[in-house]
Design a protein around this ligand. Structure first.
Ligand code: ADP
Length: 546
């Protein structure tokens, strides 16, 4: 812009200089012409008045010396006197414009180019009272000649102007541009720039406001999207067609164990998982893959221009739950088959009359025992299924001591059979819970204390307050549980001593029910056991709200 302004300034200076020179020369030319004209008029008037007094004007004129060329022409156009040469051979002058005009109007002017280049001649003719015409003429330089004459000056002036313009252009341009450069583009209306720029600055200001509003909207949308992506439990990754990461939300970073910024890197570089890259190469589809010990369900869909959108879901727990359900079903069918096979075997023998009458009683009691086992098993399975489904019965304030006392009464017969002493001590402690479930949990613990014990053994149930939390503890001095089995005894169908469990009518589900019951009551379980010395299991309930 600066250069352009500078160039324009120099050009304007040059043109102005040239124009001025031409105009001045033109004015000079007019002035000189007018000067000459009035000189000629004055000479003609003076000579004319002198000639009037002369009898022989030709003789009078011939005796004088004139700065201008003087001609005397008769009324018929004959040249009577010519100061510059002899009149001999001169043609009739009636055809001359100035002579013709003088004869008709009294005076006449004419300008004719002379034979000399660059010179013109101005003629003034005056009709005398005698009828003759006195003509005076003088030479004058033509306009072109004058121009050529002052050409040197014109050029010198133009050069001077250009030099001046060049010298002034830079500071002038800088002064001109300074307020424009000083405009604050963020707040254009606050700038003290040229008035002519006000419409542009207003427009700029309104555009600024529009851009700011759009930016605000975009930022809000961006933040909203970030919040949605950030709060998603599923991992979301967007890739371009070269598998370069465009977006990866927080859940995806967590699931894929990505710590550094993944944007702009390839998926292989980010995850180091060949399994995932194979899935990506295969294109759209769904599949499970393992990464860092977790099972991830991967859904891949192709988006615009060959890019990909990948959704990751952590299905480790779901897979584990499915596996445990599968195992549970297998165990259930196995556990059910054993007593059923026994029952149907004995029943077959009986129905075919292959049993001796004296053995009928024994066989009947075996069928009864196995049927009871089956029943208990089915009841336990139903209980666990209910707990799995989260089916809770009505919650109420329950006294743990009262429940433990009721359980002891229920198990009194079994305890007597096994010669075990069962005692319940402590103070009444209230918890908010499912009475039936609490009863089942405490019964299972006490029953285990009786079953896995020696004749003469003891089971002691203590109900007490630990801090602000109610606690019930079942302690026996029975066979105990070896250390390596302790972490597993709460698993379904897990038995330390299979034959002993079965012999005593155990289903392998008692402690599982205790575990799920504790979970449902937000209670903690503590297990301490030593083989040969006994087992102690505590249920620590949350502080009672009621
Ligand atoms: P079960 O019906 O076989 O008793 P549980 O789930 O109640 O099943 O117990 C799982 C296993 O833990 C039992 O088979 C037994 O081996 C062991 N166990 C449970 N309670 C005791 C205890 N008080 N003393 C010794 N072993 C026990």
């Amino acid at each position: 812009m600066r250069k352009r302004i500078q160039r324009t300034l120099v050009a304007v200076a040059l043109i102005t200089a040239l124009l001025m020179c031409v105009l001045v020369t033109g004015a000079l030319y007019l002035f000189v012409s007018n000067q000459l004209r009035s000189e000629l008029m004055q000479t003609a008037a003076t000579l004319g008045s002198m000639l009037l007094k002369q009898e022989d004007p030709v003789a009078f004129l011939s005796g004088g010396v004139y700065a201008e060329r003087v001609t005397l022409v008769g009324a018929d156009g004959t040249v009577l006197y010519e100061s510059s040469r002899s009149t001999e051979g001169m043609d009739n002058h009636l055809s001359r414009t100035e002579i013709d005009e003088a004869l008709t109007r009294g005076e006449g002017f004419a300008v004719r180019n002379s034979s000399t280049l660059g010179e013109a001649r101005l003629y003034y003719a005056l009709r005398l009272d005698s009828g003759m015409v006195l003509r005076v003429s003088g030479a004058q330089r033509t306009l072109l000649a004058m121009l050529l004459g002052v050409l040197g000056w014109i050029l010198a002036g133009a050069v001077a102007c250009v030099l001046l313009a060049v010298l002034l252009a830079r500071p002038l341009t800088a002064r001109l541009v300074k307020p424009i450069n000083a405009i604050d583009l963020d707040h254009p209306l606050e700038s003290d720039a040229y008035e002519e720029l006000t419409p542009v600055l207003r427009r700029m200001d309104s555009q600024n406001a529009r851009i700011a509003a759009q930016m605000e909207r975009l930022t809000a949308q961006h933040n909203e999207l970030d919040a949605i992506l950030g709060s998603m439990r599923e991992g979301l990754v967007l890739l371009d067609r070269r598998h370069i990461v465009l977006t990866m939300n927080a859940a995806a970073c967590r699931l894929l164990q990505v710590e550094d910024n993944p944007i702009g890197k390839t998926m292989l570089a980010v995850t180091r998982s060949d399994e995932l890259v194979k899935l990506l190469d295969a294109g759209m589809g769904e599949s499970d893959m393992t990464l860092g010990g977790r099972v991830l369900h991967v859904s891949i869909s192709v988006v615009e221009e060959g890019g990909m959108c990948i959704l990751f879901q952590d299905v480790t727990d779901r897979t584990a739950a499915e596996e445990s359900r599968r195992q549970f079903s297998a165990n259930v069918s196995h556990e059910l088959r054993t007593p059923l096979t026994t029952v149907s075997g004995y029943a077959e023998l009986l129905s075919e009359g292959l049993v001796k009458p004296e053995d009928t009683r024994e066989m009947g009691s075996r069928i009864l025992r196995e049927s009871r086992r089956l029943l208990t098993l089915i009841e336990d399975i139903i209980r666990l299924s209910r707990l799995d489904e989260g089916v809770t019965r009505e919650l109420s304030g329950c006294d743990l001591k009262a429940i433990a006392t009721a359980c002891r009464e229920k198990l009194q017969k079994l305890a007597e059979e096994k010669q075990i002493t069962v005692t319940v001590t402590g103070t009444p402690r209230m918890v908010t819970g499912d009475r039936v479930l609490l009863e089942e949990m405490i019964t299972n613990l006490m029953e285990n204390g009786i079953k896995y014990n020696r004749p003469g053994g003891h089971v002691e149930v203590t109900v007490e307050q630990r801090g602000n939390r109610p606690q019930v503890t079942v302690q026996d001095d029975g066979v105990g549980i070896p250390k390596e089995h302790q972490p597993h005894v709460f698993e379904r169908f897990y038995r330390v001593d299979k034959s002993r469990s079965k012999q005593s009518g155990g289903t392998g589900l008692g402690l599982s029910i205790v575990k799920h019951g504790a979970l449902a009551h937000h209670a903690e379980i503590e297990l301490q056991s030593e083989p040969g010395r006994g087992t102690r299991i505590s249920l620590l309930f949350p502080p009672c709200q009621a």
